[in-house]
Ligand binder design. Structure first.
Ligand SMILES: [Zn+2]
Length: 468
């Protein structure tokens, strides 16, 4: 079989890996490049392969960097099925609608401010393109629930393990027969952490597999335990209450926002933090948080102990306001500290978070709380690095607010988790490290090779092909 890496290759976005077995072309994920605007626009402009030649897609989860190019795939002639869990299909529709909305607004804005002679731009795709994608989803349950494999053709079948990364996320195990030989290939998608709130822990692959395509976002890093995190969050909130600070939290609408709400709800219930206004300023979070309510059976035991058995929703509590309209969003500005404002985008590259940063970054008592991965080149990464001043909407602002980092909330496995995941797979020969920046990948490669000398570990670059 041939594997070609068309995205998330020495980078963390744009996940797209093509598996060719004979004439059959299977695409693992169809993600969008995110990060620096211009570079992303170029990379997303067109798909690097013929969409009509793809026979099937397996979608690991609904983050835009894994599903964001599906509307382009369908528009360009894809006629197969998109296999994923039902939760992923439900959430992906909202994510794609949101992405189309951003594209349409961006194009409108640019075209309004064109310089003489400058050509107008078209959005990458529109709501109409997104609507068409809905008909292609083929929901497949986790193997633990169905005990059934899904067949793609007479030579390829697959099953889904829980990846524990976000709601609906999967690790895919493919069984591929070629020239009378059967090989297994595991693809982690994005791999979660143990002991995170809400979701079940990642399930280990129990079959042997010769080939592993694994993410390595934090391949060279060890996270602190999740329990330390609650203590940190408590301390940050206590400080905010004393100083009447506004805590501004850039967070992805999918995953991080729900995890934060879960923790805040739990701390409030235990009286470990005082009651304070908490805003989630995101229409997308509003929709996604509702989807979480449909799939509580995917939640872990902790959820049932904390809220489920009491018949409580994890994301409903006093003090919480989830805002949809722009008017509501603007009104948040009138609220004095202490308060918490959670908004997207998670890397501060667009969305309502930019307005909240602009309005609060110059307040020395305010806190900007970074809770997730910030890709190279993003405003979020600049804030972490201490760049001062920073540009927001083209205007320079001095950074007077305190920047605090709670990286441990990351929904990505760290080096220890990744090594343990690799060690649980018998018979491994080839590992491909994707969804990772080079220093993280190299650190992980070294860690793997120290323990497993006979393995081949590759860090593919964009467009690189391998025959395995
Ligand atoms: Zn993800």
């Amino acid at each position: 079989m041939k594997i070609t890496f068309y995205g998330a290759a020495q980078g963390v976005t744009g996940s797209k890996h093509l598996i060719e077995v004979g004439d059959f072309k299977l695409l693992l994920d169809c993600g969008m490049h995110q990060g620096r605007r211009q570079e992303s626009n170029t990379l997303n402009k067109e798909l690097p392969f013929d969409a009509s030649g793809i026979d099937a897609v397996i979608l690991s989860h609904a983050h835009a960097d894994h599903c964001g190019m599906l509307p382009v795939l369908v528009r360009d002639g894809f006629a197969g099925k998109i296999y994923c869990t039902a939760a992923t299909a439900d959430i992906a529709k909202f994510i794609l609608e949101d992405t189309a909305g951003i594209q349409e607004n961006d194009a409108k804005y640019f075209n309004k401010h064109l310089l003489p002679g400058q050509p107008s731009i078209e959005p990458l795709y529109t709501q109409r393109d997104v609507k068409k994608v809905g008909g292609y989803f083929q929901p497949v349950p986790y193997f633990r629930l169905s005990q059934q494999w899904t067949r793609l053709n007479e030579n390829i079948r697959f099953k889904f393990y829980d990846a524990g990364h976000i709601l609906g996320s999967v690790v895919t195990l493919l069984e591929i027969t070629e020239n009378g030989q059967t090989k297994n290939l595991a693809f982690t998608g994005d791999l979660g952490r143990h002991f995170l709130p809400i979701l079940r822990d990642p399930e280990f692959v129990t079959e042997s597999a010769e080939i592993l395509i694994t993410e390595a976002t934090y391949g060279n890093r060890i996270h602190r335990p999740v329990t330390d995190l609650e203590a940190d969050l408590k301390q940050i909130i206590a400080e905010a209450v004393t100083k009447k600070s506004k805590i501004i939290v850039p967070a992805f609408s999918l995953g991080r926002t729900q995890e934060l709400l879960y923790m805040l709800h739990k701390l409030l219930d235990k009286n470990e933090i005082p009651s304070l206004p908490i805003f989630v300023d995101s229409p997308l979070s509003q929709k996604i948080t509702r989807v979480f309510g449909t799939y509580t059976s995917d939640f872990d035991e902790e959820f049932w102990k904390d809220f489920g058995e009491k018949g409580e929703g994890a994301f409903v509590f006093d003090g919480l306001t989830i805002t949809g309209s722009i008017e509501e969003s603007k009104k948040i500005n009138d609220t004095d500290g202490p308060c918490i404002i959670i908004a997207g985008s998670g890397m501060c590259e667009g969305g309502r978070i930019l307005h909240h940063l602009k309005n609060n970054i110059e307040g020395p008592n305010n806190i900007i709380l970074i809770t997730g991965y910030q890709a190279e080149g993003t405003l979020g990464r600049k804030l972490i690095k201490g760049v001062n001043p920073v540009r927001i909407f083209g205007v320079e602002y001095p950074v007077k607010a305190q920047i605090k980092i709670l990286n441990e909330l990351s929904a990505h496995a760290d080096q220890k988790d990744l090594l343990s995941y690799v060690e649980h797979i018998q018979g491994l020969k080839n590992i491909f490290l994707v969804h990772t920046e080079l220093p993280q990948a190299e650190g992980f490669k070294e860690a793997v090779l120290t323990q497993h000398l006979g393995l081949s570990v590759e860090i593919p670059h964009m467009g690189q092909e391998f025959e395995v």
